[in-house]
Design a protein around this ligand. Structure first.
Ligand SMILES: Cc1cc2nc3c(=O)[nH]c(=O)nc-3n(C[C@H](O)[C@H](O)[C@H](O)COP(=O)(O)OP(=O)(O)OC[C@H]3O[C@@H](n4cnc5c(N)ncnc54)[C@H](O)[C@@H]3O)c2cc1C
Length: 377
């Protein structure tokens, strides 16, 4: 076994870390406070080739692997989750379905703009009455002439309503016992997005409700075969879990870094609080768990890159880092005392941004269900 990261991955980490520290950190609090989507940062990320990391070069992406992508998402989340989820949802939920299931024509039509970051894409699975039970989707698509006519709604959809969003891939019922995926371009008559939803965290990211009323898209917008949508969205979620797991890891690392620095600066009882064993033990526990989480995340990414089964590893990584980030950010804020409760300290934002990591792309409970199934239960 070799635990050394290859040089290309180390270089990528360095590049993204510099970008996050120099470009994202100075504006993260302001974007969060103003609930402002980071258009300028997305343009800069695009320039760096970070909006299509695992997409092949022939379609305008960077042609890198899943491990590179996970490291980039980890490094961005270390500084700011809103920017990280914008990249992650765009890549693994928005762009990936088209790469994985698109016809050559669909790939040529959509991927160059998406992988280069000129445009964004979204994935609309969740509905008001179909969350964890995503197969209970009610949105319907009926075939009329050479079109699909869509009716229904989606909720909590990331990146669906920005000025540069090109399309959303949705799941829709196309028969009694059949779900299919359809690409719906933004601006299609009958397709509307709500104003941005007000959230506890991820405040600079774009989250919308979608409604479809007799929204007609061409027959060619079917993605993958008719009736293949259920299997396809399960596979998409498997991959997406690696992104969310990388976010849990990155958020935990970011929270640890803030607490570690604060503990050296803050003096009480005549000495830095880092000299108290109670604080040292907290930091030691955090460091151990982060290291364990990193192994799970990188292993899941590595398995995917080897074309080996990775669904169980991805669910384990997502579950573990979701809960790990919860514990770490809690300890990290505790180490900041009352100052950590103030928005002028970044740990407050990380604390708010953490909770969704235990809900999105499958709740902790759903991850346990997935893992139990893999265990043969
Ligand atoms: C900020 C944000 C961004 C999101 N982005 C997207 C997106 O881009 N695309 C998209 O499609 N979705 C998106 N989602 C939706 C997200 O994936 C869902 O919120 C999530 O899957 C949970 O569904 P739910 O909210 O309906 O909760 P529910 O399914 O109603 O769950 C409620 C509770 O019941 C538990 N529960 C449910 N079933 C079981 C069971 N069988 N056994 C035990 N416990 C159970 C759950 O674990 C949870 O604790 C986003 C959500 C948020 C908040």
């Amino acid at each position: 076994m070799n635990f050394d990261l290859p040089e290309e991955h180390q270089l990528l980490r360095q590049t993204v870390r510099e970008f996050a520290t120099e470009r994202v950190a100075p504006v993260a609090a302001e974007l969060d406070r103003e609930h402002r989507f980071p258009y300028d940062l997305v343009a800069e990320l695009a320039e760096l080739g970070l909006m299509g990391i695992p997409i092949p070069e022939e379609y305008g992406g960077a042609g890198s692997d899943t491990l590179s992508y996970a490291i980039a998402v980890e490094e961005l989340t270390r500084i700011d989750s809103s920017v990280a989820i914008t990249v992650a949802a765009h890549t693994s939920l928005g762009t990936m379905p088209i790469l994985m299931y698109g016809s050559e024509e669909q790939k040529r039509e959509w991927l160059p703009d998406l992988a280069s970051g000129r445009k964004l894409a979204a994935f609309g699975l969740t509905e008001p009455d179909a969350g964890s039970d995503a197969g209970a989707t009610r949105t319907s698509a009926e075939q009329r002439d050479r079109s699909w006519v869509i009716n229904g709604s989606k909720i909590f959809i990331t990146n669906a309503g920005t000025d540069i969003t090109a399309c959303v891939t949705i799941t829709a019922r196309t028969g009694d016992d059949e779900i299919s995926n359809l690409i719906v371009p933004n601006g299609t008559p009958g397709y509307e997005v709500s104003p941005p939803m007000e959230k506890l965290g991820w405040r600079a990211s774009d989250t919308r409700e979608l409604s479809f009323r007799d929204c007609s898209v061409p027959a060619e917008n079917l993605l993958g075969g008719q009736g293949r949508g259920f299997q396809q969205f399960l596979e998409i979620l498997d991959g997406g879990r690696i992104s969310l797991a990388a976010m849990g890891l990155g958020l935990a690392q970011g929270a640890y870094d803030l607490a570690f620095a604060y503990a050296q600066e803050r003096r009480q009882f005549g000495r830095p609080i880092a000299s108290f064993q109670a604080i040292q033990f907290k930091l030691a526990d955090m460091a151990v768990e982060i290291e364990a989480g990193r192994q799970l995340v990188y292993k899941a990414a590595w398995l995917k890159d080897q074309d080996r089964p990775f669904a169980e590893a991805a669910a384990m990584a997502k579950l573990y880092t979701g809960e790990l980030s919860h514990r770490v950010v809690n300890h990290a804020l505790q180490i900041h005392g009352g100052y950590g409760y103030m928005e002028e300290f970044p740990i407050a934002r990380l604390y708010r941004d953490q909770k969704i990591l235990e809900i999105g792309e499958g709740t902790n409970e759903v991850q346990r269900m997935v893992i139990a199934k893999h265990l043969g239960l």
